[in-house]
Design a protein around this ligand. Structure first.
Ligand SMILES: [Zn+2]
Length: 448
């Protein structure tokens, strides 16, 4: 639990048990609900001891792991050298919406292109105002850097962070696309093989491209690399020829050509082709956004150090931790052991802040609604965290969740379990204003 002093300056995080005690005794107030931040009303940071905290960041394409940890130097009696031990205090996963942004912008540009070629009134050519400023990033990429910086800034305001450890590109795209490098079936053995394997698994979302079995979570299956064009037919060991596949699918496909194997499953074949084609774009955008991220993080305050992804992986396997975005974030940088970590991680899903679109379309593309320009109705904005206490009727009870507002005042509330429709605004109180994220709690991956 994150803790602030009476003036809002960060103190050392505390345990949930201690937080409950502080709240019960009236010594603390709830400063923020999600993620939970306490403010102690009778304490100043000058009267308390704070220890240096490290913020580890593992930026990714879809998810970014962030870990807040206390670092401890322990001298090793045998070698005499100090070993660095980390205690994980707060784990956060940020879910990006870069793909949504990209799709919406392509849809908009397609619409505008169509409109330009329609037979409408004459329009004089515009002056050329299409220059891009230096340092321009695609909106979907800028979004990834900006959301990560937002959370780094927030955590630095809620905890006494003294250093940020940032993981820099794990994948050297040009080196990975060399076809001559030996990978092997499981991509293990060499550092290069490990990197190719990690790269392909990350690109394919750690799921089998043929059957969709996941390599993550409790019901995970072991994933292998499958040669789309078999090595027996001269297929190279390059990411452009490799996909993630579970063992049964890999064995089932064997040396067959992928077109033959997926002859009856055209949708899966299309997915495999898309996956292979997405190679260059993804790693390019990740490395571009990481260098932009590194520059942007300098403005947060604490010193920023960069570390290689290979070191992260090495640290994590030495600590015996399973793969997860947050465990990777905890292992970024120079660390010898992980002493403890929370069982739950906070998940912040980027939701955006609404749309400029003034209508919704039906399935034929005709306008269906007229949306208002106002965002606030009856004191509520879509995305606020609210509590509704409904005294009677079919929806009687207490509902806590994210609200979606209609101008009529009839709201929907998305709780952790379901969406409750048509709740009157009179029953609703705001717990926390919307901040562009949906907040969840999830267990840290326990199975390797
Ligand atoms: Zn499979």
């Amino acid at each position: 639990m994150l803790v602030l002093d009476r003036r809002g300056k960060p103190l050392m995080p505390t345990t949930p048990r201690r937080a409950r005690q502080l709240l019960r005794s009236g010594r603390a107030r709830v400063h923020r609900v999600q993620p939970f931040v306490l403010r102690i009303v009778d304490r100043r940071v000058e009267d308390s001891e704070t220890e240096p905290l490290v913020l580890g960041i593992d930026p990714g394409f879809r998810h970014t792991g962030v870990a807040l940890a206390r670092e401890q130097e322990v001298p090793d009696p045998r070698s005499g050298r100090a070993t660095t031990i980390r205690h994980g205090l707060f784990l956060l996963r940020v879910d990006h919406r870069g793909a949504v942004i990209r799709d919406r912008l392509s849809a908009r540009s397609a619409l505008r292109r169509g409109r330009r070629s329609r037979k409408l009134r004459y329009r004089a050519p515009r002056f050329d105002n299409r220059a891009r400023a230096a340092g321009w990033l695609a909106p979907s990429i800028r979004h990834r850097a900006e959301t990560t910086v937002t959370w780094a800034r927030r955590l630095a305001a809620w905890a006494p962070v003294t250093r940020i450890d940032l993981e820099v590109p794990r994948f050297d795209a040009r080196a990975l696309h060399r076809a001559d490098a030996a990978v092997g079936d499981r991509g293990q053995g060499t550092l290069h093989g490990t990197e190719v394997r990690e790269y392909v698994l990350e690109r394919d979302g750690r799921t089998c491209v043929y059957c969709g079995a996941s390599g993550l979570g409790a019901a995970s299956v072991p994933l292998t690399l499958d040669h789309v064009r078999a090595r027996a037919h001269g297929g190279p060991d390059a990411p452009a020829n490799l996909v993630a596949a579970c063992v049964p699918c890999n064995r089932d496909k064997g040396d067959r050509e992928v077109e033959e194997y997926l002859a009856r499953r055209p949708a899966v074949l299309a997915r495999v082709r898309r996956s292979l084609a997405s190679v260059v774009q993804q790693d390019l955008s990740v490395s571009v956004s990481r260098s932009a991220l590194c520059r942007a993080l300098q403005s947060v305050g604490p010193e920023v150090r960069t570390h290689s992804g290979g070191r992260t992986k090495w640290n994590r396997s030495r600590a015996g931790l399973p793969w997860d975005h947050v465990t990777d974030a905890l292992c970024v940088g120079r660390v010898d052991a992980i002493a403890s970590l929370p069982a739950l991680q906070h998940v912040a899903v980027s939701m955006g802040r609404g749309s400029y679109s003034r209508t919704r379309m039906d399935r034929y593309g005709f306008p269906r609604l007229r949306l208002t320009r106002r965002k606030m109705h009856h004191g509520l904005i879509t995305g606020d965290l609210v509590r509704a206490v409904v005294p009677s009727g079919r929806r009687a009870g207490t509902h806590v969740g994210r609200v979606a507002v209609r101008a009529s005042g009839s709201c929907n509330i998305t709780t952790a379990r379901s969406t409750v429709q048509h709740i009157g605004h009179r029953h609703i109180t705001v717990l926390q204003r919307g901040d562009g994220y949906r907040h969840l709690r999830a267990p840290v991956a326990l199975a390797a």
